[in-house]
Design a binder for this molecule. Structure first.
Ligand code: ZN
Length: 469
């Protein structure tokens, strides 16, 4: 063996040794954690599965405050209801934090009728998009031009003047992560009206951003651009989007009549709701769990995001019920107004009463109440490795992974303060079937899956409170 080879061998052995030392250190850490906490985390799991309250709480929320669009009387009822729930469950420091929210109302009138020479007048299943202006009282009647992207629209340019633009690009069904597929289609909903107005369109109709082929329109927020004319925007069900697309191939000059009664009113006061278990050793260090209390009012917001709210409530309740005394403060926050631009989350992050508090970590649940499969964890490699060393505590829940990711619209503003962002990740294959539609109701939520999400949140929050990050 020459000297170079010898050196390589020696170095290789050193690296191998170092590697196995690191590996065994990691294993050692993992088994220490399991030894210390498994009995506790198993008691959380069993308590939740035997005596869980998540579904009962969601039932109460969705029946007592079924319609919770920001600024509505239903949203105000949800604030009062969840404040009362926290108080009844004996949370500490239960309080409201006032914010001002935009107030948009759908109005009674929502209709689209296509007038075809071949099939006559056919009503289409549509709904206004959030923040859209209404049509004039008589409605708008215009020819329709179908596009699947802004590029295609810009190519048509002035040719679309005076027309209703029909954006018809579906979510990519081959994308396994449905949130990514949603991200690939939602620009039509959020920016379609602004892009349409630039070429002189009179309104836009957007294929519902859903994985489902059904007759329910899915609403959601849209935005206007400053200096660009505001035109009305509506979503159309996927079945009717396919129908309209087929019809346009046969009758390109078909006329569509659109009538929307929606409008923006003056902003109104509302509130975030917070309650906690105060930490015994580091009460000023906060582990936050949250979801958003407001919801689109076509359904009852059972998955989006009633589930996230009760995940946080139930997680705190479970920890209290078992008499655990976390070192750091574990706080549940019901954020207001996520659907209309996350003002609740922004206000929370800068609220004066936050002074002296340090938000160590925040966990958002805003991906529905389906079976929890993992957590996304922000904050860099070291943080990720630390949280991953707790994985065995989540194995009894049959969760698959703890990996890089995390965050959410409500907690995002805390990231500037160095708060580590985490996110509960339930199975997402069915979420966009119901998302922002009349099908987002309690019946679409499985009580056991919902409870497992709350248990997972409780275990993660408890571990963060004990071990820090
Ligand atoms: Zn949501």
């Amino acid at each position: 063996m020459n000297r170079f080879k010898k050196l390589c061998c020696v170095l290789g052995t050193v690296f191998l040794l170092q590697g196995s030392v690191l590996l065994s250190a990691a294993n050692g850490q993992e088994s220490k954690i399991v030894k210390k906490y498994l009995a506790i985390t198993e008691s959380i799991r069993k308590e939740g599965l035997l005596h869980g309250r998540a579904f009962a709480m969601l039932k109460e929320l969705t029946t007592q405050a079924p319609s919770r669009l920001g600024g509505s009387s239903g949203a105000a009822a949800a604030v009062e209801l969840t404040r009362q729930m926290m108080q009844d469950m004996g949370f500490d420091n239960v309080h409201l934090e006032s914010i001002i929210v935009q107030r948009w109302v759908r109005g009674v009138e929502e209709a689209a009728i296509v007038n075809s020479a071949a099939v006559g007048s056919v009503p289409l299943s549509v709904c206004a998009l959030g923040n859209s202006i209404g049509t004039p009282e008589m409605g708008i009647t215009a020819p329709v031009v179908e596009v699947d992207s802004f590029d295609e629209l810009h190519k048509i340019g002035a040719g679309a003047k005076g027309e209703i633009i029909f954006f018809n690009r579906p979510m990519d069904p081959t994308e396994m992560n449905t949130f990514r597929a949603y991200g690939g289609a939602v620009d039509q909903r959020t920016q379609g009206a602004a892009e349409g107005a630039k070429v002189g369109a009179v309104a836009v109709l957007v294929r519902s951003v859903t994985t489902s082929l059904d007759d329910y329109p899915h609403t959601g927020m849209m935005r206007y651009n400053p200096g660009v004319k505001k035109i009305p925007a509506a979503a159309i069900s996927t079945i009717d989007a396919n129908f309209l697309s087929d019809l346009l191939k046969q009758e390109p000059d078909v006329q569509l009549h659109l009538k929307l009664g929606c409008k923006n009113l003056s902003p109104v006061p509302s509130a975030n709701v917070a309650g906690q278990i105060t930490g015994t050793e580091k009460p000023e260090e906060i582990i936050l769990m949250g979801g958003h209390l407001d919801a689109w009012e076509l359904g009852t917001g059972a998955h989006d995001d009633g589930a996230g709210c009760v995940h946080a409530l139930e997680a705190v309740r479970l920890i209290k019920k078992l008499g655990l005394k976390p070192k750091r403060t574990i706080r549940a926050v019901m954020f207001m107004n996520e659907e209309f631009g996350s003002s609740g989350g922004r206000e929370y992050a800068v609220a004066k009463e936050r002074k002296g508090e340090k938000h160590v970590a925040a966990i958002e649940s805003d991906r529905g109440g389906f079976l929890p499969i993992g957590f996304g964890v922000g904050g860099g490699e070291k943080t990720l490795r630390k949280v991953q060393s707790w994985f065995k505590l989540f194995e009894p829940l049959e969760m698959y992974w703890l990996r890089k990711g995390g965050g959410g619209g409500d907690i995002a503003p805390l990231a500037k303060q160095g708060t580590v962002m985490l996110g509960l990740v339930p199975d997402d294959q069915r979420y966009f079937n119901v998302h922002h539609s009349a099908n987002d109701i309690l019946h679409a939520v499985n009580d056991r899956e919902l409870e497992l999400g709350a248990i997972a949140m409780a275990i993660m929050a408890y571990m963060l409170s004990e071990e820090g990050i």
